[in-house]
Design a protein around this ligand. Sequence first.
Ligand SMILES: Cc1cc2nc3c(=O)[nH]c(=O)nc-3n(C[C@H](O)[C@H](O)[C@H](O)COP(=O)(O)O)c2cc1C
Length: 381
Amino acid sequence: MNLVIHDLKPAQWKLIEQDYEGWTVISDNGLIRPCVGCFHCWNKTPGVCVIKDGFENMGQLIHRAGEVVVISRYTYGGFSGFVKNVIDRCLGYVLPQFEIVGCETHHKKRYSETKAFTFIFYGQASTKEEQDIAKRYVRALCSNFRGYVKAVIFREDMQARLPPDTRPACSSGRTVLLVGSMRGLNGNSGKLAGKLAESLTNEPEIVTIQRYIKDLNNLLGLLEDAETLVLCMPLYVDGVPSQMVRLMEHFEQVYNGGSKKVYLLANMGLYESCQLQSLFSAVKQWCVKMGFAYCGGLGISAGELLGELMVHLPFRFGATKKAAEEMDKLVKAINEGSEIADIFAEPYAFPRALYIAVANMSWNRTAKANGLSPSDLYRRL
Ligand SMILES: Cc1cc2nc3c(=O)[nH]c(=O)nc-3n(C[C@H](O)[C@H](O)[C@H](O)COP(=O)(O)O)c2cc1C
């Protein structure tokens, strides 16, 4: 069995479907739901997602496929909202436990194979820079899925490339912090957004995408006249979580308002904050497309550790010290409306080997809490 995941419209798919005869085809039937970040595909029903919408077995499908082809509209250096949604739901393909591969932390393999992935991007990826960004992104994704990139193909369609409109700047004075995780305010992005808001002078509003997931128009209405938008989101499979890609796509399609200042506050689970690069690139590409001013961001690694510590200890204490100090710089930039260079922070005085040991032990604890033995986490399907 081979597997193709695509976002093509039926008429476009018809033109190439003969190339995929006998393949398992994953396409947009309108039913897929975003990953809610519960990690149950790791610690409750290992290898299978708990959201029963027909996309719960993606990890198993990848495992059974001889090869995997992903066809996506080029979207901010990565996948369209639908394809990214499928990819986010593939998390159970790998194990929760970390190990060092090369010189970076990645997840251990659930299955022994090293899967071949081919990526076909269509749409506006015509410059070398755009293509390089997508190549870097799929390489990172394959490293995390412990497979390899067999080929990356760009098929440009002939849409004229329009320069972004010059928009008048929004002048409402409103600063909105948008939490882009489906865990809402209880997640790590939400907690970090809360800490950021405490130090902002301009009475920021915090809005969660979780609340508006079924009504992106309503959310867009809330963000429309914001002068400053701070995107607070986690890294999902090396990129922007699908629900945020969908919002960004929606903005592109319908937004008619003024220009905004956009800042980014990103966090991730693994240790090396440089793995946030593709997410930062995506937000920057989106800003260019929207005619918004990207003003800089802060990327924080070991988000689960920091999120946990923030509940029990003052932010700035112990391992959160570095993140708190770097957040001061972001706060200053937002308060002044100025630009800063992107900052990447790792836990303070918490070496990588210790982080990996603590994280790996914590999965055994959550397995037990869910009535599983640690060995159940390694289940193969
Ligand atoms: C579907 C999914 C994919 C993830 N992919 C990555 C990843 O590629 N790299 C990484 O470092 N962390 C990854 N994480 C971990 C999250 O970035 C991390 O747990 C983060 O702190 C979650 O923030 P939140 O609580 O705001 O959702 C992933 C988590 C989920 C649920």
